[in-house]
Design a protein around this ligand. Structure first.
Ligand SMILES: Cc1cc2nc3c(=O)[nH]c(=O)nc-3n(C[C@H](O)[C@H](O)[C@H](O)COP(=O)(O)OP(=O)(O)OC[C@H]3O[C@@H](n4cnc5c(N)ncnc54)[C@H](O)[C@@H]3O)c2cc1C
Length: 642
């Protein structure tokens, strides 16, 4: 898809009439007095969370944002493979795939050996290793990511719209010391727009989530601060439409010059636009980059010097910014101090940049922020719908802070490696940069996240049954054939952002039609009596409303008879009791993509892979691990069978 040829146009490039390219968004009227969840901030974190909650009409959610309306330009643009997997769960990965720029190759440039005022290419690598994800690494304006989330919310059961022009000025957390059950958080908002400008509104909420960025008021209200690098780096970033003879302008490129610092080139959506990240000087402790009054012309001049001997004729700069960013982290991502976890429940959370900040070099900020929200979203849904006890919410800070810590360490190492020596003719060895880039590919792709054993992540005692589905990491999808209609699909794509757990049962060897076949016996167990499905699915709801069971067979689809599969795999659902034909899959043998081989599944024994609502592998168990399966769900779910 090509667009922006005659100048940058914000909004949906598929709409010809520029006045219709973006719809006005925003709720009318005052904010509600009482809600279940108040989300502060309409950045990527706030919108991921809001989109998740918006699917549940029994949860009253309010999203407030100080800006007057939706974002049209700027900020982050890198979308990691893992984030694309999550976008698929929200239903808009195809739109992003179509519109975004795909990052396929990354190139590295260094000063010329003999004429060090010029640059030469020192290497090029494939950007993402083969097989890491079914999705590519792509780049798209953050504003468009916001647009897609706004669409999800608008089309959802709750038709959720943000309340713009509201600044949170005070958050009074629930009183400490109690069990938190009936306590509510009180939030004061100031209206910044319209006839009621300057007036305040008060909202009480069961839960308040601060997705309000690096200068978070919510974070301050619960007594946390961002700690970390005091020596900030200043960065210039500009999106440009320009004419250049630099040959790698449509590839992500790292350029190290001898005397003028480094540039990162990010090709952008539409085929013409590109972004330049220009490293500026290191700031003094406490210094803000704004005090240096850097202009866009200075950024262009610096970029031109680094590009030498290539030309750079900038025609339009639709967005630019100069900002300082350090690697910083808070101690806790909720309002319960470590020493009070056993006696208090969290009611205020912070997410995204409000609790960790990164340099833009590794493209973490937006991606990690959205993953935080995806982690918290299903937990809030489960607690508010009384499927899980409120103590589940402690796992958000425990899981995400550990991940943020790792990513910040990675970011710091990467940023230090890339940092040029500004003018002394030195710099880091480009070969070292290239090799580190390749080694750290899983971090930048977002697939390195690995949750440690907890109530939500089992011990890897049976990991040998499915070596490619590593317990604690995201469920790594693979192709399969759907049994009922022979459609080639990706198994992981059945995991939608709907708050449900999944059990993928992989068949072992033997006669699949025999009564003692592993999957058949598992289905018998799950369908009856005290199984987790019976215990945790509220009466009157579909059998897969809480835990969705899917089976994958080793045989080709024509070697199985749909009429002979266990009833649990052909469940009758909805008002008419219609059969759901999409629970059974076969290995894609003809296509050479046998999931049993690709993901190292034990063909003799088979196994169960339990997947969390945020797509992480919670457990790998033997097909007859009924007791372990039951005790896993007993660890964090509330029974509905009594
Ligand atoms: C100017 C700028 C440029 C950036 N450029 C890049 C870049 O080039 N590359 C990159 O990778 N990352 C960049 N980032 C960082 C990236 O955008 C963030 O990492 C990412 O957006 C984090 O998402 P978030 O939702 O946690 O926070 P944010 O995107 O910061 O969203 C927070 C939202 O909360 C709102 N808010 C704040 N306080 C209040 C309040 N009291 N009441 C109501 N609303 C409030 C803000 O207006 C904002 O919309 C940039 C950030 C900024 C601010």
């Amino acid at each position: 898809m090509q667009f922006h040829l005659n100048g940058f146009e914000p909004g949906d490039p598929e709409i010809f009439d520029r006045s219709e390219r973006y719809l006005a968004s925003g709720a009318q009227g005052s904010v509600p007095d009482e809600v279940d969840v108040l989300i502060v901030g309409c950045g990527p974190a706030g919108q991921t969370l809001a989109a998740q909650l918006s699917a549940f009409p029994d949860i009253k959610t309010c999203l407030v944002e100080q800006k007057p309306g939706r974002m049209l330009l700027g900020q982050a643009d890198g979308i990691a493979c893992r984030t694309m997997e999550m976008f698929h769960a929200f239903g808009f990965s195809e739109r992003v795939l179509k519109e975004a720029c795909w990052i396929n190759e990354t190139t590295f440039w260094k000063p010329h050996d003999r004429q060090d005022a010029t640059i030469v290419r020192s290497g090029r690598v494939q950007d993402v290793e083969d097989g890491l994800s079914e999705f590519p690494h792509v780049v798209l304006n953050q504003a468009r990511v916001h647009d897609f989330y706004l669409d999800v919310m608008r089309r959802s059961a709750t038709k959720l719209e943000p309340h713009y022009g509201r600044r949170v000025v005070a958050v009074r957390p629930a009183a400490s010391g109690g069990d938190g059950a009936a306590q509510r958080v009180t939030v004061t908002l100031q209206q910044l727009e319209g006839a009621h400008q300057g007036q305040t509104e008060t909202v009480t909420a069961s839960y308040v989530v601060g997705c309000d960025g690096a200068h978070s008021v919510v974070r301050t209200s619960i007594g946390h601060e961002l700690r970390g690098d005091s020596a900030n780096h200043a960065w210039g970033v500009m999106d440009v439409l320009a004419v250049t003879d630099f040959p790698d302008i449509r590839c992500k490129s790292f350029i190290q010059s001898a005397h003028d610092g480094t540039i990162i080139i990010i090709p952008r959506e539409g085929g013409y636009l590109f972004r330049l990240y220009i490293e500026l000087t290191k700031l003094e402790t406490g210094e803000r980059v704004a005090s240096r009054n850097i202009t866009v012309d200075e950024l262009i001049d610096k970029a031109r010097r680094i590009f030498n001997p290539y030309s750079l004729d900038v025609k339009e700069v639709p967005w630019w910014s100069v900002y300082e960013i350090g690697q910083r982290l808070t101690d806790k991502f909720d309002d319960v101090p470590e020493e009070e976890i056993a006696t208090r429940l969290p009611s205020v959370f912070i997410v995204g940049d409000a609790c960790h900040t990164h340099s833009p070099k590794a493209g973490q900020g937006m991606n990690v922020s959205m993953q935080d929200a995806f982690n918290l979203g299903w937990k809030l849904v489960s607690v508010l719908r009384k499927r899980c006890p409120p103590s589940l919410l402690h796992t958000y800070s425990a899981e995400r802070r550990a991940i943020a810590r790792e990513l910040i360490d990675f970011d710091r190492e990467w940023a230090a490696l890339l940092a040029s020596t500004h003018g002394d003719g030195g710099g880091t060895d480009p070969v070292k940069i290239q090799s580190y880039f390749v080694r750290s590919g899983r971090y930048t792709a977002g697939t390195a996240t690995h949750y440690r054993p907890s109530i939500l992540t089992g011990e890897p005692d049976y990991q040998h049954l499915a070596e490619g589905f590593v317990v604690g990491t995201r469920f790594h999808s693979a192709p399969v054939i759907r049994l009922a209609d022979a459609k080639p699909v990706h198994l992981g794509h059945v995991v939608e952002a709907d708050g449900r757990f999944r059990i993928f049962a992989f068949a072992g060897a033997g006669d699949w039609a025999a009564p003692n076949f592993g999957i058949r016996r598992l289905c018998d167990f799950l369908a009856e009596g005290e199984s987790p499905i019976r215990k945790y699915t509220p009466r009157g709801e579909d059998i897969d409303a809480m835990i969705d069971v899917r089976a994958v067979f080793q045989q080709a689809h024509r070697d199985l008879a749909i009429e002979a599969v266990p009833a649990l795999l052909l469940p009758q659902k909805g008002r008419y009791g219609l059969r759901d034909y999409e629970k059974m899959f076969c290995a894609d043998i003809r296509g050479g993509n046998d999931i049993f081989a690709i993901r190292g599944i034990d063909r003799e024994a088979g196994c169960m892979v339990v997947v969390r609502p945020d797509q992480y592998v919670a457990h790998v168990l033997p097909l007859d691990g009924y007791r372990q399966l039951a005790s896993f769900f007993d660890g964090f779910m509330l029974s509905h069978s009594e």
